[in-house]
Design a protein around this ligand. Sequence first.
Ligand code: FES
Length: 171
Amino acid sequence: MDETGASNQKKQKGLSRRDFLRLSWTGGVGRLIDRATGASQKAGRVSVGQVAELQRVPVGSIIDEYARSHGFYLARVPEGWLALSRTCTHQGCLVAWREDEPSEDSLESQGRFYCPVDASIYDRYGRNLRGPAPRPLDLLPIHVEGQEVWVDAKTLIRRERVVSDYPATTL
Ligand code: FES
């Protein structure tokens, strides 16, 4: 199913974006828990699902289920996927995804990252737009092996500028 189809399916069932993601990711979460000490996490890498699952997620979505456990968010942008570090680039506090606040990008009308310490604000690309944060959120590498998608939760890719200086991962 393409993105339009997934979006239509969501609307037909009357699901909110959060409901859709929750349902979509039930399988992924189960797999992560089932194999918490096994193949889904190895050498600091975290399995975040199958290619087919991720391809159904609408552009503009943020997956926050790995924020607490592994310190990153997954962002679906038109260019592909970004794994965004949760660590604010100002003084290293943890940013929160606030889905009910106004959007800072053109992908959706609501949703942005917010640092509660000094009120820095980032958009879905992790771009620092307001507050004292000096640069975008760091990225984590995304790897595809066969049909499984992994994030390397131990490696940070530093971004110095607001421009997209590290491409999104396409699946
Ligand atoms: S630590 Fe995030 S704005 Fe200061």
